[in-house]
Design a protein around this ligand. Structure first.
Ligand code: FAD
Length: 478
């Protein structure tokens, strides 16, 4: 290779796992390089995941609230005056993505992380080749060999295809395509009632699309606490979304500007055809190792395509570690980031840790759904006896003033020790409130510990306190 360079640590992938690890490693004193082939830092999350989807969710909610909620709040809006400019709506999303990906690049400069725009590929377990990416602005001009003692793989995940359905990102789209539609579809069909499907369904339902979600399982939101999942389904239906559960999609075909989708009702075996203007395939994500040439280092991949590691993130070589979506565990940005930090701490000091029993999940619909720790189903399966504390937002003063009272907080505690085992919130700002539950879990708090903490009034978090009161005694306001 014409160019050879040496670094202490080379990170492949500049997503939440990789970029967080890169900055942490630089702070710990490593001479660090990060290779990213997308042309922008921030990975799936900042470019085509968490951030653009939340920009669309927030702005569609605001639009929907102006259209439907303002009157009851004493705000007079001339309905002729409320119009959605879809181009500007999409441009607002692009702007925030640009600001955040550019922000990570600035942080790389500030922390002196060497950033290679190119594809990282193993030569052997001590060297990585950075290859140019055709058509990518700023790509390395020629192959560069990086010699390094330590390597961190953070190559993330990609959309799982649906067998027999061709994604053209025009009429049949993935989560990436649905973030950049050219116009609001009259009819949007979605395969998959998971978080991504329901979030994007919410966006377009608010913008006026007729949304139909098809889910193979008997319920949507598979990993949620059952009671919360049922309430979620009820509320989304009330908002106008059609949820077809226990429905098997047999195939889909684009015919000009429409998509014909063949479905089967699992219970009755009845087949029918559904028509949509856009079909979103949202059946999950799978680990991404294409182009990495992991074989050159003899790295093991399991049946699900995940790079195999031990509890210290190590492959069979202790100096080659793996973090984020490309390995075990939930595919979440915050899990990826925490693993990135823990892995470089292990490289530096031999110690680093992520508590996998305490990783929150959030669905950013309205109301939001957030949970951490065990569900009732899991506790029953494990034979753990538990008590339930619940508090509805209809009895919370702030939710009342905000006219946003749907949902509840549900706390699960150990029947003997009263230690908190899980928290499940469906309601306004659930995604923010779940952080308090995470803190309580991490410190091994009991429901009484939380209930005795003074919570500001009037706040939604008082509902969290009262649910804890209900778990070991009785709430005050319900
Ligand atoms: P990624 O973000 O996928 O980053 C990996 C990077 O590595 C990519 O940029 C890729 O280009 C690069 N790369 C891969 N191979 C190479 C190579 N050989 N050389 C160089 N570069 C390479 N999670 C949440 O926690 N909250 C949410 O609200 C949320 N919303 C989401 C919404 C959508 C629509 C989607 C699709 C995902 C969402 N996620 C959310 C999941 C989240 O985006 C991922 O969990 C997170 O991005 C994983 O981070 P990562 O660094 O492991 O991988």
């Amino acid at each position: 290779y014409a160019t050879k360079k040496a670094h202490d640590l080379v990170i492949i992938g500049g997503g939440p796992a990789g970029y967080t690890a890169a900055i942490k490693a630089a702070q710990l004193g490593f001479d660090i390089a990060c290779i990213e082939k997308r042309g922008k830092l921030g990975g799936t999350c900042l470019n085509v995941g968490c951030i653009p989807s939340k920009a669309l969710l927030n702005n569609s909610l605001l639009y929907h609230q102006i259209l439907t909620d303002t009157k009851a709040r004493g705000i007079d809006v001339d309905s002729n005056g409320v119009k959605l400019n879809f181009d500007k709506f999409m441009a607002a999303k692009e702007k925030v993505v640009g600001q955040l990906t550019g922000g990570v690049e600035m942080l790389f400069k500030k922390n002196k992380v060497t950033y290679y725009k190119g594809e990282g590929s193993f030569k052997d377990e001590k060297s990585i080749i950075v290859k140019p990416v055709e058509g990518l602005e700023g790509s390395v001009a020629e192959e560069i060999e990086l010699e390094t003692d330590k390597i961190l793989i953070a190559t993330g995940s990609e959309v799982t295809p649906f067998p027999g359905i061709t994604i053209d990102e025009e009429r049949i789209v993935s989560s990436t395509g649905v973030l950049s539609l050219k116009e609001i579809p009259k009819r949007l069909a979605i395969i998959g009632g998971g978080i991504i499907g329901l979030e994007m369904g919410s966006v377009y339902n608010r913008l006026g699309s007729e949304v139909t979600v098809m889910e193979f399982q008997p319920a949507i939101g598979a990993s949620m606490d059952q009671e919360v999942a049922n309430t979620t389904a009820k509320l989304l239906k009330k908002q106008g979304m059609k949820l077809k559960v226990a429905t098997k999609v047999l195939g889909a075909q684009r015919n000009g500007d429409v998509v014909d989708i063949e479905v089967e009702d699992i219970k009755s075996g009845k087949k029918s055809t559904l028509q949509a203007d856009i079909l979103l395939v949202a059946v999950g994500r799978r680990p991404y190792v294409q182009g990495l040439n992991a074989e050159a280092a003899g790295l093991e991949v399991d049946k699900k395509g995940r790079l195999v590691i031990d509890e210290e993130f190590s492959t069979k070589h202790p100096n080659i570690k793996v973090v984020g979506d490309v390995t075990f565990g939930p595919m979440l940005a915050h899990k990826a980031e925490d693993e990135g930090i823990a892995a470089v701490e292990i490289f530096k000091t031999g110690h680093g840790h992520v508590n996998y029993n305490n990783i929150p999940s959030v669905m950013y619909t309205h109301p939001e759904v957030a949970w951490v720790g065990k569900t009732e189903q899991e506790l029953q399966k494990d034979g753990i006896s538990y008590k339930i504390g619940k508090f509805p937002f209809i009895a919370n003063s702030r939710a009342k003033t905000n006219m946003d009272t749907e949902g509840f907080v549900k706390i699960l505690i150990d029947a003997d020790t009263e230690r908190i085992l899980g928290a499940h919130i469906i309601g306004p700002n659930a995604g923010e409130m779940i952080a308090e539950a995470g803190l309580a879990l991490e410190y091994g708090a009991s429901a009484e510990d939380v209930a005795r903490v003074c919570h500001a009034h009037p706040t939604l978090s008082e509902a969290f306190k009262e649910a804890n009161m209900d778990a070991y005694a009785k709430p005050i306001n319900f």
